[in-house]
Ligand binder design. Structure first.
Ligand code: JQB
Length: 241
């Protein structure tokens, strides 16, 4: 898989090298390229030089803040997007990013992340790349407001790359974890069996695999019911298969 990140803060992604993605990169399962959007802001839409490398302008219709310019994004994405590539635009107004989408995107040949700032990217950018045949996804990391797309893109990259076939040694550890079956994880414990007066549940020390399995399922159901009633209503919501 090839990942391209376009951002006015390329230095933010230096931590990609030391994160889990570092391993996938070493195994040559992922090629990650981080681009400074201002590379494509050296000239204005009319072809004259822009010494300020401007990436934003005032919104049509008025209002607070600035909007990222379509012409700058267009030049950048024309250079970076490969045929068949997926364009992901993190946005607080996007559809929710889920485990199902992560699993889907783990099969892509290329994902280009367009990280906006200010009040976001001129809406015609998504519209254009959709119109010319690319898969364009405006995705939200969650229902809270960030200052830009970078943190969201980073989280999505981690969620996607760890699902690339061959990335983790142990396929079971992915199947068993949170959200793989639409329920929250059961609680986990390790030694010591007693700590600060708190004991590990007896069943886990019993060696009775059937009882352990049903206890864990019970814990998953109870946790999900209490903490995530939205998932409990339809446990397979947001899950691939
Ligand atoms: C600019 C972003 C997010 C990208 C995701 C999430 O665009 C805005 N609109 C209102 C308030 C703040 C912004 C700032 N902003 C680009 C941009 C926010 C993504 C974002 C996001 N994905 N919250 N915020 N879950």
């Amino acid at each position: 898989m090839r990942i391209d990140v376009l951002t006015i803060f390329p230095e933010f992604f230096s931590v990609l090298d030391v994160s889990l993605l570092g391993k996938a990169r070493q195994a040559e399962l992922v090629q990650a390229n981080v681009h400074d959007l201002r590379t494509w802001a050296a000239m204005k839409a009319d072809g004259t030089p822009d010494i300020h490398r401007t990436v934003d302008d005032a919104p049509f219709g008025g209002g607070a803040g600035m909007v990222m310019k379509a012409d700058v994004w267009g030049r950048a994405l024309d250079d970076v997007l490969q045929p068949g590539g997926v364009l992901v635009i993190p946005s607080p107004a996007g559809v929710p990013f889920t485990q199902a989408l992560a699993a889907d995107l783990a099969r892509a040949d290329q994902i280009a992340f367009a990280c906006g700032r200010y009040e976001g990217i001129d809406a015609r950018v998504a519209e254009h790349y959709d119109a010319v045949g690319f898969r364009v996804l405006e995705l939200s990391l969650g229902d809270y407001v960030l200052n830009g797309g970078e943190v969201a893109a980073f989280a999505m990259i981690e969620a996607i790359t760890r699902l690339i076939p061959g990335f983790m040694g142990n396929a079971e550890s992915i199947v068993e974890e949170s959200h793989a079956d639409g329920l929250l994880e059961y609680p986990s414990y390790t030694r010591p069996a007693s700590w600060r007066g708190l004991d590990v549940p007896d069943v886990l020390l019993s060696g009775h695999h059937g009882k352990i399995e049903s206890w864990r399922r019970e814990q998953q159901l109870e946790r999900t019911r209490i903490r995530r009633p939205d998932l409990f209503a339809d446990p397979r919501e947001g899950v691939a298969q």
